[in-house]
Design a protein around this ligand. Structure first.
Ligand SMILES: [Zn+2]
Length: 86
């Protein structure tokens, strides 16, 4: 099963995608999903901004250990739960 990602599956790949850690089939599947899912395009844009914000902040003062990961997880969970009904 490589063709259709659910939104939840797509969202889980975002950080790898933003870090350019995706390649091959997972990357193609995600890009295919983004091409026809407006919701995930919006979420990706949100995550891109969050990523830039976190990286900019880290340049000034390091975030406490584990905070970045918890922040990301919390946001992901909130956004996925809010939109995933099935
Ligand atoms: Zn989607």
């Amino acid at each position: 099963m490589t063709d259709r990602l659910t939104c939840a599956q797509a969202v889980r790949q975002f950080f790898a995608y933003l870090d350019r850690a995706l390649a091959g089939e997972p990357l193609e599947a995600l890009e295919k999903h983004l091409a026809d899912c407006l919701d995930c395009c919006d979420r990706l844009e949100f995550n891109r901004r969050l990523d830039a914000f976190v990286k900019a902040r880290m340049g000034e003062a390091p975030l406490p250990e584990g905070l970045e990961a918890r922040l990301r997880q919390g946001l992901m969970r909130a956004r996925v739960d809010a939109t995933e009904e099935s």
